[in-house]
Ligand binder design. Structure first.
Ligand code: ADP
Ligand code: MG
Length: 292
């Protein structure tokens, strides 16, 4: 069988079999970050993301924005677990004809974002490749009581997103987005979600990850899904790389969140549907997957 027939998530399921479950691992493959033992009150989080030239970016794009994105998608994954990012290593594959300045500017983008999110770069690796490749691995910490995974959604929970969706590639937002760490930290402290994920594959695909892990279904109120100007429903559902957070809240917490946000203007959380007990109520997924 070819990889294209398996798809990205089929392939991850195959790879999962090579990563046996260990008592040392609190959560392995299957969430936004791995969850590992750390201290009495905290878990260690570990996530990694890779960007490749001509797959995720081209040399015509701003190298600083490419660097920004390489770190931002990792911070987004740590945020989605309820944690705060800490230390990162950066690995790069560089073609020998590439201007040194391009790599310098990629690093500028990484470092600027690292500074504003308190991430410290502690190492990496450098190799020669035919096309530019950037891989960042990021550690984070999460208070045990704040850990949010994909599998805690229950029927009647409300479904929320942190911002408008769609058109991320066309607009360049997929390169310059800011991870929703402040929103995630606010939520875990004040209105702890039952499940959370960051939207990288697309609302439909990422909601399906929550539904599958939580063994539930969902109904979306299409009219309530916030979209960017000029974006249609299908794009909002499927474009992906929005890097907004998608989370579920018990009805009681959802109502008090709505009450809270009616009275202030710091964050806005958009209710877009509800979780149901019918596992067949999945969202039509045309979401972005690699190898399709
Ligand atoms: P995200 O979009 O949140 O970064 P992915 O869809 O990339 O998550 O990955 C889903 C899960 O599969 C994660 O737990 C990730 O660690 C795991 N995973 C992805 N690729 C591999 C791989 N090559 N080997 C082992 N695990 C992988
Ligand atoms: Mg993620």
């Amino acid at each position: 069988m070819k990889i294209s027939q398996l798809g990205e998530f089929g392939l991850i399921d195959v790879l999962k079999k090579f990563a046996p479950v260990s008592k040392e691992v609190i959560r392995g493959i299957g969430d936004d970050a791995a969850v590992l033992p750390y201290s009495k009150s905290e878990y260690l989080l570990l996530t990694t993301d890779m960007l490749a030239e001509d797959t995720h970016f081209t040399r015509h794009m701003s190298p600083q924005a490419i660097g920004h994105k390489a770190l931002a998608c990792n911070i987004s994954d740590i945020a989605a677990m309820g944690g705060r990012p800490t230390f990162a290593v950066i690995s790069i594959g560089i073609p020998k004809n590439l201007a040194v300045r391009f790599i310098n500017d990629i690093y500028k983008g990484i470092l600027l974002l690292a500074k504003s999110f308190n991430v410290i770069i502690v190492g990496g690796d450098t190799i020669k490749t035919d096309k530019i490749v950037i891989n960042i691995a990021l550690l984070g910490l999460v208070k045990k009581k704040n850990l949010i995974t994909r599998d805690g959604a229950t029927p009647e929970d409300w479904i929320f997103v942190t911002g408008p969706l769609g058109g991320s590639f066309k607009s360049g937002r997929h390169l310059n987005f800011l991870p929703r760490l402040a929103q995630a930290q606010f939520l875990v402290e004040k209105f702890p979600p039952s499940a959370m994920i960051d939207i990288s594959d697309g609302l439909s695909g990422d909601l399906n990850h929550i539904l599958k892990a939580s063994r539930v279904g969902a109904r979306l109120d299409h009219a309530s899904i916030p979209r960017y100007k000029g974006v249609n429903l299908s794009q909002a559902l499927n474009d992906g790389e929005d890097f907004e957070l998608l989370f579920t809240l018990s009805p009681i917490k959802a109502l008090s969140l709505m009450d809270w946000q009616a009275r202030q203007k710091s964050f806005y959380f958009y209710p877009i549907g509800t979780i149901t007990a019918n596992v067949k109520e999945r969202i039509d997924a045309e979401s972005f997957t690699h190898f399709k």
